[in-house]
Design a protein around this ligand. Sequence first.
Ligand code: ASP
Length: 330
Amino acid sequence: MKKVLILATGGTISSKEGSEGMVPQTAPKELLGTLQELSCHYDISYRVILNLDSSNIQSEEWQLIAEEVYEALPHYDGIVITHGTDTMAYTASMLTFMIQNPEKPIVLTGSQIPISHPLSDARSNLATALAAIDHNVIGVSIAFNHKLMSGCRAVKVRTMGFDAFESVNSPDVGEIFADGVHLLSTRLRAEGLPCVLKPKVSNEVFLLKLIPGTNPQVLDSLYETGYKGLVVESFGAGGMHFLRRDLSGKLRELVEKGVSVVVSSQCLYEKSDLSLYEVGRRVLKTGAIQALDMTTEAAVTKLMWALGQTSDPEEVKKIFATNYAGEISF
Ligand code: ASP
């Protein structure tokens, strides 16, 4: 029987309707009842470490979760983290960078409907997360709607549907069928490297989604506010305007002042390529980093994590040129 630790952090899975809307509860009896049922298949321990809607989960909580997981990992076959769905993809990506070379499964899950509701997806999502541990799906994953996705590739794409997450630009890690778990892709793990915890991150990262006509001066205000890192969601394969409102010129000034700039695409699928068009090449010449096929969640968390490791923009570039867990394809 696999030994599993469930770390609860809140989210809809453990929420109940209150006078101010849905609020997470520490240990709803339906959740404890479900774990009790599942305990004929798994040796389950349950610990509440946070009790938050995931909109309130930020870098301090990521650090706490990473530390709890890292300390518990040697004593269990795998860890399940129950978490709100809204920012689950950010937490999963960040844990991928904070906990390097884990030798066991770390699986995040949650639900679209609270576990106390008869239509809830919580039980099957929990069972999927536990199946990932049964099948030793190493590394950080998200288990949702009978799918297992790499933590640094998952994106929340639906607010109401049960199929709330998609693995973007990378196949699912696994899927549950009537005949069991089908593992669809293999996980990267550098053999022989020890598992290490690197929980330092920077909060001085901003995500800017461009619109046609974005005023370049917005970049000055970001610099004056103290941001050290900026992810820009540009148009298509990686363009931004220079006519009348010269965004690429302003970006160059920012890079020259030591801000690490990552340029990604507003398109969800496929890679950005700044070398294709003039509107992209101008950006490339500023010294900005290309996000290529990374998700926005992965690009943002990688930049926050990179700036927690170093303040040298050249080192940040080297970090972005490293594929830690399949978050990028070169
Ligand atoms: N607002 C909730 C949360 O992210 C949504 C959910 O869990 O599905 O905590």
